[in-house]
Every structure is written in C-alpha cells, then in structure tokens.
Design a protein. Structure first.
Length: 375
C-alpha cells in the first residue's frame, strides 16, 4: 500500500478528530460549576471524603475550583461528595444534577470543598481518613475530563466499589474537550514529575501501609510514566505500592513494553482491563498511527499471550460484557459486578482469576496471566 500524500494525511487526521468529537460529545451535556457546596447530607444518603492533588490551575469561577489550564506546581484540596440513597440509584452510575442546586436525595451533590496548604495538611487528611487497613486508593482520570467530571466519577467508584481505602484523586489538566486530544496528552507529560512526587509522598507517609493506583484511559499513561520515573530514580518502587490497575489504558503497546521493563521486575501486582470493542481507543489508535492500544488488545492473541503470561500481568477481557457507556470505554466503573470486584478483591490485595467460574460465565470475562489466588 502506498503512503498517503501529506494533504490526505491531514484530512484523515481531521476526520478522526471530528469523529471523536461526535462520539464523545454527549459527555458535555450537564451543568457547570457542580462543585459549589450546597445543602446537607439527607437521610439514607452517604458521602465520600476525598483528597485531591492536582496540576490544574485554580479557577475563579465559583463551583469550578480547578480549570483545564496547567499550573507549575501541585495544589491540594479535600472534597466531600454526597451519594443519593441506594433506592434512588443504580450501582455504576453517576446521577448528574440536572440543574443547580442539586437534589441530594436523587443526585450527586457537593457538600464541602476545602483548599489545603502544604504537604503537612495532606498528611493530616490521610491520618484523619485512614481506614483500619491503612489502605489508599489513588485514581487518575482520563482524556476529556473537566475537574468536576473526575471528582464525581471517582466518588462513584470509591462508593460503589466498597473499597476500604482512603480515596485520593490525582487530577491533571484536561481541557474537557473532545477536540483537545493533543493538549491533554501533553498535559499528562507535563504532570509526570508532580504525579511521581505525589505517589512517593503518599507511599512514604507513616499513616499508609498499602497503596493501590488506578489509571483510566490516558490517565493510565500518566500512571505508567510516573512509576517508570520512580523506579529509575530510586532503583525500585516503594514496598507500600501493592496494586496497579490500568482500566482501558490508552497506551501504545510498544511504549508499554518499555515502561514495563523500566520497572525492573517490580513485585507490584498489575491488573489491566481491556475491551476489543472500545470505540474511544479505536479512534485513539487511528490518531496514533494505527499502533495497538493496550486497552484494546486481544490478550489471547499469540502476539501478546506469552509475554503477558510470563510477566505475571493479569489481563481481564471485558469485550463480552454488556453495559457501560456508548463507547464501551468505562465498563470497569459502570458495571456493578466489576466495580464491586475492584474494591472487594483487587484493592483488598486479591486477584480476579479464571477460578471465578461463575463470574466468567455470567459476564463473559476472560483472564490471562492469572495465577492462583493467595488470599
């Protein structure tokens, strides 16, 4: 096949970006300024207290808190999000407010936003919110996320998973626009040092024994780059980092191989959620020169199976799992069964394996590289 002329390449690239904008456009149809605190916790509702570390620039607009522009350093904040009573919602869904102020009896609502000053304040938050198991769950959001999108989605994951872990959100500067793929990608690059420092400080905090890191989509790229830097800088990853979960990772498979080698035979348990019908990653693959994205591979393909099995990476194929968003890009968070397994098994230090026969039969999942569960 002959190569495309420069003009045709540019037109093809524009066509892919426009297609991505059309596919992702539905994400934008919700009110702005959702993070303006209003109301109190209503009977039957629950709340999620989270710590936020972000490289986003602060916003002067009430209820936005942090925008999509880049800041030179890390800002810290604590947020409290109200989750509606269980009889008013389905696990895996964010009940976005239809108007403001939100109705906390039926919708997610913001109860409190507090800016924190300095590392000492963050350590104090961890001490005051640490569960009995002294576990922390760090979540890194993906492409096309406003700050409020990342906060509410992580609140849903933290609540619905039932994870007994202090929730920490790392929010990097995303424009929150389907047309800003390049800007978002460069923002993850610009945030690598800050993410590495944030994870390092949490892993060294005397109140913390166990750290799980979860990266979604483009956020998984940032996770791998930050861990790669940390391993090179310190010779290995901290012992307190026990689990890394990559959900629909938007990572070039060749690049992932180099990142993995840099971890220097890490003992951290890696779990990767993939789906071959992930439409967002299908578009990303076209933008990236048609190189496979890690989150879209067939783990039983001969090109990947042996390396994955040998590495000990657990790959969970959710292709046959129904539900989730129209892009099939957030099944890990929107499937009630999977989001519960993340909290009850993965964050708790266990694995999802082929021995979970009933799970595989009901959901159509498959695992590769899954050894015997030791817990």
């Amino acid at each position: 096949m002959g190569s495309l002329a420069p003009g045709k390449v540019q037109r093809a690239r524009v066509a892919v970006i426009v297609a991505m904008a059309i596919v992702l456009g539905a994400c934008a149809s919700r009110p702005n300024a959702l993070l303006q605190p209003s109301g109190d916790l209503v009977p039957g509702a629950s709340k999620v207290d989270m710590l936020v570390a972000t490289t986003r620039a602060p916003s002067d607009t009430p209820g936005v808190v942090f925008g999509g522009s880049r800041a030179p350093g890390v800002s810290l904040a604590s947020l409290v999000i109200s989750i509606p009573p269980s009889n008013q919602r389905r696990i895996g869904e964010v009940q976005w407010p239809r108007r403001l102020p939100a109705d906390p009896a039926r919708e997610f609502a913001t109860l409190d936003v507090t800016q924190l000053a300095g590392v000492e304040a963050a350590s104090g938050w961890l001490k005051g919110n640490m569960p009995k198991g002294r576990r922390v769950l760090i979540f890194v959001h993906g492409f096309n996320n406003q700050f409020q999108d990342a906060v509410y989605r992580f609140a849903q994951i933290a609540h619905d998973s039932g994870a007994k872990a202090a929730p920490v959100l790392f929010a990097w500067p995303s424009r929150g626009s389907a047309l800003a793929y390049g800007y978002d990608r460069e923002s993850t690059n610009a945030s690598r040092d800050a993410f590495e420092e944030t994870v390092w400080r949490i892993s060294q905090d005397p109140n913390v024994d166990d750290v799980t890191i979860m990266g979604h989509s483009m956020g998984a790229w940032l996770v791998m780059e930050g861990l790669r830097q940390m391993a090179i800088r310190h010779g290995k990853l901290p012992a307190s980092i026990r689990n890394v979960i990559l959900a629909s990772p938007d990572i070039d498979v060749d690049v992932f191989a180099t990142q993995w080698r840099a971890l220097q035979r890490s003992e951290v348990r890696f779990t990767v959620f993939v789906s071959r019908n992930d439409r967002a990653l299908r578009l990303s693959r076209r933008l990236a020169g048609r190189v496979d994205r890690l989150g879209q591979i067939n783990p039983k393909d001969a090109a990947y199976f042996e390396a994955l099995d040998r590495s000990g990476i657990i790959v969970i194929d959710l292709t046959a799992l129904r539900g989730g968003d129209s892009l099939n890009h957030s099944k890990f968070a929107q499937s009630p069964e999977i989001v519960k397994l993340i909290g009850k098994r993965l964050v708790a230090g266990q694995t999802i394996t082929d021995s979970d026969i009933s799970l595989g039969e009901r959901l159509g999942i498959a695992t590769v590289g899954a050894g015997t569960d030791s817990n």
